[in-house]
Design a protein around this ligand. Structure first.
Ligand code: XLS
Ligand code: NI
Ligand code: NI
Length: 446
């Protein structure tokens, strides 16, 4: 069903209606120039290529605060009630108004984003259930779906030494209570995925850390969470979101390759996939495209957190993704690997501290949706119209027949191969043509 604008009793973004596609010549900042949800590219509508999701924590909880000004700069008019449950209901109204006016099909949340913690685990769960029932009605009225839910097991002081990797067992039941309730919430809301981002699963000093034991605990905890989820009827995919550092110095889920090894080691590879975030890739010294390709090659691409970092510093700045080269490189990988499936593109991004107008939240998302839509169009043109695919295929042509093919299928042992050295002689030089590939990409970025 097309998304229906859904507001509560108060309108939080007055003067802004449903965002429309107006085309590349429009100069209306509150219109899409490239993202045309029903336009079909490479056999699929743009809406299905992206499955855009709004991140509850940044968009409705983030006030622009930073370590030098934690009180923030951005007004959150839905966060004014003195009763935290009322505030949570108002926030839900604001969230669905925003999501539906923007026309995104999905959203993502942590338990604590949508409902306040209570003074006991049971009270926290009750609060969450109350909000989940309201969210369920909002979803039904608007046609918006849950891309994923997750539990925030990193903010509370009890998690300072980790959640499932905490050296103190007494923390584990607290993690379990939160994760169980968040999985239940995800099931109740029909979520397609459930995410584990290892917020404080890592360490600062090896001197006080038994790394093997902590990783074994993480593996064990995730097995139990998986078993519970399946028993409770969760049909979706569990996702691990890699990040190499921040908050801990050494995060255990460093990058896609590390997570692939971890999933295989602990027998989680059939139920879990990977949720890749661009800025986390950058922190790991990789590009987004590299991380996505790595996951695709292992059959483990789950979903994406789209954002970008600042190329000049080393923090997780969570900016809205707008770099056309990066958007194109990402879409080139996705188009060649069958797309995002039941994952989506979650805007794990925040507007800048000084972007304080209410409309800036819309402009940030619109800009990113347009950039990714443009990346899709460009990537599709590169694949359809240029020599790109042919060039890449020809680079490996020597493995398509003869000895190359025999090698690929394991038929040549080391002695046989060694004998060929003098028979075949010195290989002739074949250019890698990197600059030509780069030129082709740039030629289509227009
Ligand atoms: C933080 C992470 C976080 C996850 C969800 O760096 O990106 O926002 O996406 O817990
Ligand atoms: Ni992040
Ligand atoms: Ni993220």
């Amino acid at each position: 069903m097309p998304i229906q604008v859904t507001t509560g009793s108060r309108e939080y973004f007055p003067g802004i209606g449903k965002i429309k596609y107006e085309g590349a010549d429009s100069d209306n900042p509150l219109a899409f120039k490239y993202y045309d949800e029903n336009r079909v590219i490479a056999g699929k509508s743009m809406k299905d290529h992206f499955r855009f999701a709004i991140a509850y924590w940044h968009s409705f909880c983030g006030n622009g605060g930073d370590p030098f000004g934690p009180a923030g700069t951005i007004d959150l008019p839905w966060d004014e009630a003195s009763d935290p449950m009322q505030s949570a209901r108002d926030k839900l109204d604001a969230a669905f108004e925003f999501i539906t006016k923007l026309g995104a099909g999905f959203y993502c949340f942590h338990d604590r984003d949508i409902a306040p913690a209570g003074s006991t685990a049971a009270e926290s769960e009750k609060n969450l259930k109350t909000l989940v029932e309201l969210a369920k009605k909002k979803q039904a009225a608007s046609g918006v779906n849950l891309l994923w839910g997750t539990a925030n097991v990193f903010t509370h002081a009890r998690y300072m030494n980790g959640a499932a990797t905490n050296p103190d067992f007494h923390v584990i039941p607290q993690v379990a209570a939160q994760v169980k309730a968040a999985i239940d919430a995800t099931i109740e809301l029909g979520g397609d995925n459930y995410v584990f981002w290892g917020g404080r699963e890592g360490y600062y000093s090896l001197l006080n850390t038994d790394m093997k034991r902590e990783l074994d605990h993480l593996g064990m905890f995730l097995q139990k969470a998986r078993d519970y989820g399946r028993k409770a009827g969760f049909k979706g995919t569990f996702l691990i979101e890699p990040k190499p550092m921040e908050p801990t110095k050494h995060q255990y889920d460093f990058d896609s390759a590390t997570v692939i090894g971890f999933l295989n080691k602990y027998g989680l590879q059939d139920d879990f996939k990977i949720n890749i975030e661009n800025n986390h890739a950058t922190l790991a010294g990789h590009s987004f495209a590299h991380e996505v390709q790595t996951a695709c090659d292992a059959g483990l691409l789950g979903s994406l957190d789209v954002n970008q970092g600042d190329p000049h510093n080393g923090w997780d700045t969570d900016e809205f993704m707008h770099d056309l080269h990066e958007c194109t490189s990402l879409m080139l990988v996705l188009l060649q690997n069958g797309g995002i499936g039941k994952g989506g593109m979650n805007f794990d991004a925040k507007r800048r501290r000084s972007s304080t107008d209410a409309e800036d939240l819309f402009i940030a998302h619109i800009s990113s949706m347009d950039s990714l839509a443009r990346g899709l169009i460009i990537a599709d043109n590169v694949l359809q119209k240029s020599n790109y695919l042919k060039m890449k295929k020809e680079r490996y042509a020597s493995y398509d027949s003869g000895n190359g093919k025999a090698f690929e299928s394991g038929k040549l042992d080391l002695e046989t191969l060694a004998k060929m050295a003098d028979e075949i002689g010195e290989p002739k030089q074949i250019s890698g043509k990197q600059e030509l590939y780069e030129a082709i990409l740039n030629q289509y970025i227009r």
